[in-house]
Design a protein around this ligand. Structure first.
Ligand SMILES: Nc1ncnc2c1ncn2[C@@H]1O[C@H](COP(=O)(O)OP(=O)(O)O)[C@@H](O)[C@H]1O
Ligand SMILES: [Mg+2]
Length: 258
């Protein structure tokens, strides 16, 4: 499949919850293979709902979602989708190693068979020496790294990240931003990254989808052409500042009272 094939197609997707909340409406979007795409918008505009529908955790009320041409619930478990949430959702009673092992264990793989993959995944996120630690012994940033290692161990083609760094301090967030970019650049990976930070979306993505609430919908689809690799220096360039201004302008429109 070439880079230009859509890995995800969304056509007129609408989601109404049972209590009548119209969370997402009229969402039509093609996401291309290899894109690093951010969904940006204020709280309540349906970002998590969209991500959960792509992951197959929620079903659209109407409209269509296709992943590589298939419905999310038809995707076999071999077509791995990695999912990282804002809280690291680790098992507190299990070591770092066992937390990262979990998805493989669920597939029936033994720890002995998985040991090489566990080590590699922990190495990738810089936690090789912490494999015997428990989540309570780790900082917030380290817990998030474990959560990312747990997603990467499945070698996903699609990584869904829902405000993964929102609770972290800025320095840690910047470092994890760079790590995620390097995973993306070094793998055949499409990333969908949910954030409410203009700066984070511009730093990371080559495409930003700006959403507005009530009902949740897309109000801008911005492509950002600045080249990768992007590093801390990029944050000081005029191109970055200009992009932030552009994206901010759209985001302000999303806050205007209807
Ligand atoms: N399970 C649910 N039941 C009812 N309403 C929900 C549910 N989940 C989310 N919502 C509502 O749907 C809207 C979009 O929520 P969400 O997708 O979580 O937004 P975001 O992630 O952008 O903050 C909000 O109004 C929220 O209150
Ligand atoms: Mg959310």
């Amino acid at each position: 499949m070439s880079k230009s094939n859509p890995i995800i197609h969304m056509g007129k997707v609408k989601k109404t919850f049972e209590n009548g909340t119209l969370a997402v409406q009229g969402m039509t979007l093609d996401i291309l293979k290899g894109q690093f795409i951010s969904f940006l918008g204020p709280s309540g505009c349906g970002k998590s709902t969209v991500l959960k529908m792509i992951a197959g955790l929620l079903r659209p009320t109407s409209g269509q979602i296709l992943i590589n041409g298939k419905k999310p619930n038809e995707i076999s478990s071999d077509q791995n989708i990695g999912y990282v949430f804002q809280d690291a959702t680790l098992m507190p009673w299990a070591t770092v190693e066992d937390n990262v092992f979990l998805p493989l264990r669920l597939k029936g793989i033994t720890k002995y068979q998985a040991s090489g993959d566990i080590e590699k995944a922990l190495q990738k996120v810089g936690l090789k020496d912490f494999y015997k630690s428990y989540p309570r012994e780790l900082s917030g940033g380290m817990k998030m790294r474990v959560s990312i290692a747990r997603a990467l161990i499945m070698k996903p083609k699609l990584l869904l990240m829902d405000e993964p760094f929102a609770a972290l301090d800025e320095m840690t967030r910047f470092r994890l931003n760079d790590d995620v970019l390097s995973f993306w650049e070094n793998a055949d990976l499409t990333v969908i990254f949910v954030t409410h930070s203009v700066f984070e979306s511009v730093y990371l993505s080559n495409r930003v989808i700006v959403m507005a609430p009530r009902p949740g919908r897309v109000i801008a689809d911005i492509s950002l052409k600045d080249s990768y690799p992007r590093s801390e220096e990029y944050r000081t360039t005029s191109a970055y500042t200009e992009n932030c201004r552009l994206v901010s302008g759209h985001l302000k429109n999303s806050m205007v009272k209807e």
